[in-house]
Ligand binder design. Structure first.
Ligand SMILES: [Fe+2]
Length: 270
């Protein structure tokens, strides 16, 4: 069972990057399922129904979210109605949508769980207890977690906490791909952050002049998504159909260098 996971899609450049690369990567890596974090897909913050539909139409099977899940009010009903989008699980009871999905992949279940970390991010329920509760409840050997969190320590701790109990932990939210993709001893594929799909010449996707102005003056500023060439970050994970453990894992990063065309940096080995 092979999954292609795209990191946080930031605004139009991120959507453009994915639509350009997805057909090639679908042919090259032959994923059974394509998942993407869409929490920055509409104008850099949140997601709207129209943008979610646009992404699903590209061939993405499931969208995950994060701390900006509630940014666009018109998505609330969409989260209740559409099973191809999930928001973080560790939120208070009664909020719209679902915190996980169980996909049918050629007759095999794949549970996909979205969780938010708590350090420097917001008020959420304990993600560690939340995954314990969910794993006791669901019946699927194949489980992928999108752990949307700010600090590498919380993400690493979470990876060790679930090692051997889930197939993969893909970190999202910090938008910069980390070089620590590996399969932990228990069989869980782990990366601290898969990186973003968004404008390359930016500050984590945002217009760099605006961000610099904010840092230099500390004045309140309205952020805007940067323009320009996209960077596309993703990961590929292969899961054994026997026991749900990861058997192969690698990250992908497609970006422009200098004046040349895009290059692909990858740790995936065919
Ligand atoms: Fe986020």
């Amino acid at each position: 069972l092979r999954i292609l996971f795209f990191g946080d899609i930031v605004g139009r450049p991120g959507r453009r990057g994915i639509s350009a690369i997805l057909p090639n990567w679908a042919a090259q890596y032959r994923p059974d399922v394509v998942i993407a974090n869409g929490e920055n897909a509409a104008g850099g913050i949140g997601i709207s129904p129209a943008v979610a539909e646009e992404l699903l139409d590209l061939g993405i099977d499931l969208l995950t979210l994060g701390n900006h899940a509630w940014q666009k009010r018109d998505v609330y009903g969409f989260l209740d109605a559409n099973t191809k989008i999930i928001r973080p699980l560790n939120m208070p009871p009664g909020v719209p949508g679902r915190g996980y999905a169980i996909l049918d992949v050629g007759g095999q279940p794949l549970a996909v769980v979205n969780l938010c970390g708590r350090i420097f991010l917001g008020e959420y329920d304990d993600p560690f207890r939340a995954i314990d509760g969910l794993l006791a409840e669901i019946d699927s050997p194949n489980v992928l977690v999108d752990f949307h969190a700010e600090t590498s320590s919380e993400k690493q701790a979470f990876g060790w906490f679930v090692d051997g109990r889930v197939s993969a932990v893909i970190g999202t939210h910090t938008h910069v791909q980390t070089a620590d993709d590996r399969i932990l001893p228990g069989g869980t594929a782990y990366i601290t952050d898969v990186g973003m799909c968004g404008p390359q010449d930016s500050v984590i996707g945002m217009d760099r002049d605006i961000i610099l102005h904010r840092f230099l003056t500390q004045l309140p500023t309205r952020f805007e998504v940067a323009k320009g060439d996209p960077l596309v970050c993703a990961a590929v994970v292969e899961i054994s159909e026997e026991d749900g453990k990861a058997t192969r894992f690698g990250r992908l990063q497609w970006r422009k260098i200098d004046e040349g065309g895009p290059i692909l940096e990858s740790t995936w080995e065919e």
